[in-house]
Write a protein that binds this ligand. Structure first.
Ligand code: TXA
Ligand code: MG
Length: 507
């Protein structure tokens, strides 16, 4: 069946795809966010792209309509030069007080696009850094996505309802593509989410995608269901689970008090790959927390995960959906590789955009402790909390993060880390060695197989490809895998943590 109408993504301009630098008069003032072009390229494979911008500087006499038009033409031309096609730029030149029809959040321009280009607004998205952008989406029957770039951080408190709140345009694209995947599955089997929620309410196990890795979920307040998670994974009972919530409000069901630092971290990073360890509420089963007085909680940044938790009507306890000790799954197929027959349902939401597990911060003690480096760089967390203590897994390890074992996240094939100063080893004849490289390698010929995490040296891309690459190398019966650590910055810390544990050298 061919579709008569196309979905679109409507993009706010300032603060969403380019930096917000006040009223722009000339093309030379335009600065694109580094993520804009790659993100829009991914989106345009499935959506028509429009820009919808409010330029009240025109009515205020600060900029001329001609200057704004030149800036807009430049934005379109630059994007086009990089292979991104913007169908049309809609611009409202009025003051809010003018009561015009074309001002956000009135849906005037979106309706115009719907008419002129046969856009199906119900399958469309509006991305912006102002609450008006989200309300605009609502008013047009589309889905609003709020970015924290531009004015985003400043107006966060004014946001009503539950739109997607994401760090920037890259994660907005992740969200939109995940929604599209969800709609596609929904069309194939309309009842799938209700079935999944029913299963969870009745003691079942459901694997589901999050932005980090796939989780193996059970209703958090159902100890019998939670016990099945440990069985399915072969996970020791001393290793506690993370409880997933669909809103910050649900934290009060699980935690006994929310310290101010936790509030700040939630405000800054949720939904997203940050797990908080807090003193636990009495109602949380001991099995979930392995008898600890604390509970780990996170709100995932994935539309399917959030919708599932909402429909289930309960927080969901979920470890990564892999056999204990092995590489985490970043696709539905990875889940089935380890857990087929042991899980009641696997929700396929495509591949996980972050690709590495959440960062875990404990706020249960005197000062915040980083228990596991993960999807949010430690530097970013420290900008909110101040210096984080790093957990050292010596004698004190028992309490802190029991799951952080020296060998973990590991392929079955032995993995060896080669120090930076050493050349790549040449495999002995007859030896089949795989190379897990961060960037392109000069000479791949000695190796049976080479996996490159990011040709361009992007640590976020490397994190997203790490576990998939490890699994592919693991599947081809090599004698060993060699790898090197990546730069120890941003997501590099989390990647290095996983590589070190995969090599059985965790601390
Ligand atoms: O990104 C993620 O966090 C993924 C997705 C599915 O959300 N989940 C995940 O769960 O990685 P899992 O079970 O593979 O790792 C959870 C880690 C373990 O190392 C566990 O020991 C630690 O969290 N943890 C859980 N509860 C804790 C607690 N109360 N105190 C300290 N560490 C805790
Ligand atoms: Mg804006």
């Amino acid at each position: 069946m061919t579709e008569k109408t196309t979905p679109a993504v409507f993009l706010d301009r300032d603060g969403t795809i380019i930096e917000d630098r006040g009223h722009l008069r000339s093309p030379s003032e335009v600065v694109f966010f580094p993520d804009t072009v790659p993100s829009l390229k991914r989106l345009q494979e499935h959506f028509r792209l429009f820009v919808v911008t409010h330029q009240r500087g025109i009515a205020d006499g600060i900029v001329s309509a001609a200057e704004v038009a030149r800036v807009n033409e430049h934005v379109v031309a630059e994007l086009s030069r990089h292979g991104v096609d913007i169908t049309e730029v809609y611009c409202c030149p009025h003051r809010r007080e003018d009561g015009c029809d074309c001002i956000k959040p009135k849906p005037y321009h979106l309706r115009q696009a719907a008419r002129d280009y046969h856009i199906d607004l119900t399958r469309s998205f509006m991305v912006g850094d102002h609450p008006h952008d989200v309300v605009l989406a609502d008013n047009a029957g589309a889905c609003g996505i709020y970015v924290r770039t531009g004015h985003g951080a400043k107006h966060l408190a004014e946001i009503r309802g539950r739109p997607a709140i994401v760090p920037g345009i890259r994660e907005a694209a992740d969200w939109i593509l995940a929604c599209r995947e969800m709609q596609r599955q929904q069309a194939l089997h309309p009842a799938w989410l209700d079935e999944a929620a029913d299963l969870l309410r009745n003691g079942g196990l459901v694997a589901f995608p999050t932005e980090t890795v796939y989780g193996l979920g059970a209703a958090a307040f159902d100890p019998t269901a939670v016990a099945r998670i440990f069985e399915a994974k072969g996970r020791p009972r001393f290793d506690p689970l993370i409880v997933h919530v669909s809103s910050p409000e649900q934290v009060s069901l699980l935690a006994d008090g929310i310290p101010a630092a936790a509030q700040r971290l939630i405000g800054q990073f949720w939904p997203g790959p940050l797990t908080l360890v807090l003193p636990k509420a009495a109602a949380v089963p001991d099995l979930v927390t392995a008898g600890l007085p604390t509970v780990a909680i996170r709100m995932p940044r994935h539309p399917l995960a959030l919708e599932l938790i909402r429909r289930a009507g309960t927080p969901i306890a979920a470890p990564s959906a892999n056999a204990f000790g092995f590489t985490s799954p970043t696709s539905a197929r990875h889940v089935l590789d380890h857990l087929a027959g042991k899980v009641d349902l696997v929700l396929d939401g495509g591949s996980c955009p972050v690709g590495i597990e959440s960062s875990i911060v404990s706020l249960a003690g005197e000062s915040p402790v980083l228990l596991r480096p993960g999807g949010i760089p430690a530097e970013d967390i420290e900008a909110v909390t101040g210096p984080l203590q790093r957990e050292r897994h010596g004698k004190s390890a028992v309490v802190a993060a029991p799951g952080m074992l020296p060998r973990h996240y590991a392929p079955r094939t032995p993995l060896r880390l080669i120090p930076e100063a050493e050349a790549w080893p040449i495999p002995a004849s007859g030896q089949k060695v795989g190379l897990l490289a961060f960037r392109e390698v000069p000479d791949p010929t000695p190796f049976t197989c080479v996996e490159v995490l990011s040709g361009s040296g992007d640590l976020r891309e490397a994190a997203a490809t790490l576990f998939g690459a490890m699994r592919r190398l693991d599947e081809i019966h090599l004698d060993s895998i060699v790898a090197r650590l990546v730069p120890q910055e941003g997501l590099g810390r989390a990647i290095n943590d996983r590589l070190t544990r995969a090599a059985g050298q965790g601390t």
